[in-house]
Design a protein around this ligand. Structure first.
Ligand SMILES: Cc1ncc(COP(=O)(O)O)c(C=O)c1O
Length: 467
């Protein structure tokens, strides 16, 4: 493709994206295709000769778009949001265009220095103590994995990296059963294993019980195991439970166990003074992660990972081959030593664009709206005799259940309702099982969602439930 053609097609792509975003509300939120349908429309092999870009673009509309679930749709209430604000999309276009590979300071100094700076902005904006230093990981899962590797090596004095885990007493990690599956995955990948993950008891609201954490750590120590880390969650995925960080931090410090805080979704709400209570005790944490790609409008992928002592992370991850040594090695930050992959995209750019193009005040206003509309929705649900709020709003997340009179199998009824809601295409929700019961999970966080979208969506839920 010559540069004139690139320019022409590039303008057409920007127009296409702008038109897409302008008309997104008219599309079904969830892709209405069956498994295999997109595959059947794709060519069986790569072409030997060039395809016309106009034909590729036409196929994009014909084949790809029907198979897309629209995460930017204002009635997307499933999972957690993954917002891509227009400024962050512009930054991604620039990052793709300059195609910087940011593994070392030297391979793109601006990327490294901007990454440190915008993470300092973010750290200050969410009220983390100044000593924390940040790195952008691709996901909260990756941040948790590197945190657990660092914790493992701290507990084993580096012997795990040196000799492998065979021959050592088991390493143990502590989290609740409400914690995200990425914690267990990280335990598996880090060689700790699912059996090394201890489920700490929770209270009635799904929050970790610090007293049980202390008991479980003591039991493992008495058995000669190596308690390495506790993962506290601010905003669990299922119901938004907020673990009591200060109590957990006290146990972690007393036991000299690494404390990692998974605030993947709820961390954005720390921009709001009235939600800062969630992070009381964070000064004693070893690391903290949240995803600006969830609730802050920064195009996926962007996980802000803060560490209190970067040396603990780099001691576990850094290896210095000659081909990665530069004049500045040791005098600058080389982020390759802070994460699993060597190669790194220029992710700081989209954070920089987003924070500058909106400003913190607008982001705070958006968060407050979502939280307020969730409270309103909870009121609407509670007011209907054939619906039940199964967990109260936590920030912008709640769960609920349909309670039709005379139906014996409420779980089957709710699972069926969820399928019908999502097949309908008007809105999109996620199923969840809470205390053994099938519930519907509603998460508000779309950048373009308004109060109207929430209200009309609940009307649709009622209509579908009563049909
Ligand atoms: C609490 C929590 N932790 C971790 C994750 C994993 O996030 P990521 O997709 O960035 O790995 C999620 C995803 O929703 C989450 O809710």
């Amino acid at each position: 493709m010559d540069l004139d053609a690139f320019r022409r097609h590039g303008h057409a792509v920007v127009d296409l994206v702008a038109d897409y975003l302008a008309g997104i509300e008219d599309r079904p939120v969830r892709a209405p295709v069956r498994p295999g349908e997109v595959d059947a429309a794709l060519a069986g092999a790569a072409p030997e000769t060039p395809d016309d870009v106009a034909a590729i673009m036409a196929d994009f509309e014909r084949v790809v778009m029907p198979g897309i679930t629209h995460w930017q749709h204002p009635r997307f209430f499933a999972y957690f949001p993954a917002n891509a604000s227009p400024p962050s999309v512009l930054a991604e276009m620039l990052a793709a265009g300059i195609a910087a590979q940011c593994m070392l300071w030297q391979t793109s100094p601006a990327a490294t220095e901007m990454e440190s700076r915008v993470l300092d902005w973010l750290r200050d904006a969410i009220g983390l103590p100044e000593g924390f230093a940040g790195v952008i990981q691709d996901s909260a899962s990756s941040a948790t994995l590197v945190a657990l590797v660092a914790a493992r090596e701290r507990a084993l004095d580096g012997a795990g990296n040196a000799q492998g885990l065979a021959g050592h007493a088991p390493v143990t990690v502590y989290a609740t059963a409400e914690a995200h599956s990425s914690i267990e995955k990280a335990c598996r990948v880090a060689g700790i294993g699912s059996s090394g993950l201890r489920h700490v008891a929770t209270d009635g609201a799904g929050r970790m019980r610090a007293d049980d954490l202390a008991v479980k750590i003591a039991e493992d120590r008495a058995q000669g195991r190596h308690p390495a880390a506790v993962v506290a969650t601010l905003g669990t995925t299922g119901i938004g439970a907020i673990d009591p960080l200060a109590d957990i931090a006290a146990v972690a410090r007393a036991e000299d166990v690494y404390l990692h805080v998974d605030a993947a979704w709820a961390g954005s709400a720390l921009l709001l003074e009235e939600w800062r209570w969630m992070s009381a005790g964070v000064a004693a944490a070893d690391s903290f992660v949240f995803n600006p790609h969830k609730w802050l409008g920064v195009q996926f992928d962007c996980a802000a990972h803060f560490v209190r002592e970067p040396g603990v992370l780099t001691a576990a991850l850094a290896i210095q081959p000659s081909y990665l040594t530069s004049r500045e090695t040791g005098a600058v930050v080389d982020y390759r030593d802070w994460s699993i992959p060597l190669g790194r995209r220029f992710r700081a750019l989209k954070l920089w664009f987003t924070l500058r193009a909106y400003g913190l005040a607008a982001l705070r206003a958006m968060l407050r709206d979502h939280i307020a509309w969730t409270a309103e929705l909870a009121g609407r649900i509670a007011a209907e005799p054939d619906f039940e709020l199964t967990t109260p709003p936590s920030l912008a997340l709640l769960t609920f259940r349909h309670l039709p009179a005379g139906v014996a199998d409420l779980d089957a009824d709710n699972r069926d309702l969820l399928e019908r809601i999502n097949a309908d295409g008007f809105l999109y929700l996620t199923p969840h099982t809470h205390r053994g019961r099938a519930v519907l999970r509603w998460s508000i966080g779309g950048r373009t969602t308004t109060r109207r979208h929430v209200a009309e969506s609940f009307e649709r839920v009622k209509a579908l439930a009563r049909a």
